[in-house]
Design a protein. Structure first.
Length: 529
């Protein structure tokens, strides 16, 4: 495991290629892992079901009772629906990293060069190949279906201009049909092109560089191009971003807990691969490989659980909830350009409904200062607050004895979400308890960031801790004013609560979100990539 190199791995196979994933197999695998004494679990699959019929929810609850940390993939359904939103599970979305793969393009006699994005598999160098373009003919310029003549483009590189009505798959299909040797494509969302579509040698350049290419084509009678593939770019910006496929909140089953919890690397991760299975395609040839670039929340959950393993090895007395809290309250919400983490799907700033508390920062998580802890009984109280029947709670917890005297939807969670109603004003008050995990006394002061229309009030504004494991309570009230009538063009808002250590370095940050109940399409049940 790359995150925790000295960890011992145990793998439990609960799904098989080309077969459905059976719930009984998943639960049996989780129960076997618990019996074997594992310390942590990561599951890269999910079921769009209520907690009481979801085998992962039931297995994870049993694991939590044993002190086992459980992380799960949030799903790869974008803005449709989030999976594994149980509050006793750490739900992980997928983020990018500051590493990219590129093709370097030189035009003519090195009069112009640009670097674009490419994950074409071959280590290929193309030298002074004729460059075809269809400028002046919209259909050919954009490489629309059946627009290119094989006699014009056969054996040449083709320049395809950006067209938001055409997918890369359609453009590449047309290039293959016409017998093009390769291509240069322009895009304003180049990051979102999956590796599977790079079955011919092409490079994606941004719109600004695309204009430079156009100018070169216009001013040269016989344009030629040279391309060097398999270039790695470090320090790519902006990063991290929310992967476009990563499932977003609110949590459709239990929207009273903000999900996903966290982002971890999950986009184009170099991962071990089954050597006898197709790992890619180059033109018409299948490629087998020991390693492959894989994207999905299936990649991000193992990253997160590896970081949790490091925390658990350093802080052996921490509960699973304390580990999750440390990871969440120290996460990064600012990217390497100094702006809010962006959403690949839109190119705009994301929100905690996309990235949860932010992108995981392992070093900061080791020393969070304070944590929000949760007892297993609190999760039972939460199920009671959801108005689950006795039978449904028994099915979820596999407990024969419990009571609902303290039913409560307000868990001691390291994030806050207020569900909006149809009136002009909504107000929620949350109660939280913080625990000091540092061998020293300390004082913290609350700082809030809130957008127009959202007011956040914290009482008390200063809390103090006399020693390690001492606790302090506070209340947070969030008030939303968004005009008259249902929604009134208001989609929600978010801010942050940060507890700032006086004369110290610890900052304990939580997102504060308001949102309407989700209206979602339910995805199919499957393993996640």
């Amino acid at each position: 495991m790359g995150m925790a190199p000295k960890a011992h791995l145990a793998m439990y196979k609960v799904g098989f290629q080309n077969l459905p994933v059976f719930e009984s197999d998943v639960l049996a695998g989780m129960d076997k892992a618990i019996a074997d004494g594992v310390d942590l679990m990561s599951l890269s699959l999910g079921f769009p079901e209520p907690f009481y019929t979801d085998p992962i929810a039931r297995g994870a609850f049993a694991a939590t009772e044993k002190g086992i940390f459980v992380s799960c993939s949030a799903g790869n359904y974008g803005h449709l629906a989030l999976l594994n939103g149980e509050p006793w599970i750490t739900t992980v979305g997928a983020g990018t990293v500051d590493r990219d793969f590129a093709g370097h393009i030189t035009f003519g006699n090195r009069t112009l060069s640009v670097t674009g994005r490419s994950v074409f598999l071959e280590n290929l160098f193309v030298y002074r190949v004729p460059l075809y373009h269809g400028l002046g003919n919209k259909s050919k310029e954009s490489c629309l279906t059946n627009s290119l003549d094989p006699e014009d483009v056969g054996g040449k590189y083709v320049f395809c201009d950006f067209d938001n009505q055409t997918t890369y798959g359609q453009q590449v299909g047309e290039l293959v049909r016409a017998g093009a040797a390769g291509a240069i494509l322009t895009s304003n969302l180049g990051l979102s092109v999956p590796m599977e579509e790079f079955n011919i040698p092409f490079v994606i350049v941004n719109l600004e560089d695309g204009e430079l290419v156009k100018n070169y084509i216009i001013t040269n009678t016989n344009p030629v191009v040279s391309v060097n593939f398999q270039k790695t770019v470090l320090g790519a910006k902006p990063a991290p971003q929310v992967a476009d496929f990563s499932s977003r909140g609110p949590n459709p089953v239990a929207p009273w807990v903000l999900k996903p919890d966290i982002l971890a690397p999950g986009y184009e991760i170099l991962a071990g691969y089954v050597p006898i299975r197709q790992g890619g395609v180059v033109r018409d040839d299948d490629v087998v490989t020991d390693y492959s670039l894989e994207s999905g929340t299936s990649m991000s959950s193992p990253h997160l659980v590896g970081i949790a393993a490091l925390l658990k090895s350093v802080h052996r007395d921490w509960s699973s909830a304390a580990i999750r809290s440390a990871i969440m309250t120290t996460a990064d919400v600012i990217d390497n350009t100094g702006g809010m983490i962006k959403d690949m799907a839109t190119g705009l700033a994301g929100t905690p409904l996309d990235f949860g508390a932010g992108h995981v920062n392992p070093n900061k998580a080791m020393d969070p200062g304070l944590v929000y802890d949760i007892e297993v009984q609190d999760y039972v109280n939460f199920l009671c607050g959801m108005n689950y029947t006795k039978k449904q709670i028994m099915m979820t917890t596999r407990r024969a004895k419990f009571n609902c005297k303290n039913a409560n939807l307000d868990l001691n969670y390291p994030s806050f979400i207020a569900i909006l109603n149809g009136t002009g004003t909504t107000s929620y008050t949350f109660k939280r308890v913080l625990t000091n995990v540092v061998n020293a006394n300390s004082v913290y002061t609350a700082e809030v960031e809130a957008p127009p229309g959202m007011k956040i009030v914290v009482q008390p504004q200063t809390i103090s801790f006399s020693q390690k494991h001492s606790t302090a309570e506070f209340k947070l009230t969030v008030k939303i004013q968004f005009g008259q009538g249902p929604q009134s063009n208001y989609d929600g808002a978010y801010g942050f609560l940060s507890w700032m250590e006086a004369n110290g370095t610890h900052v304990v940050r939580s997102p504060v979100v308001s949102a309407f109940l989700p209206v979602v399409a339910v995805p199919g049940t499957d393993g996640l990539n």
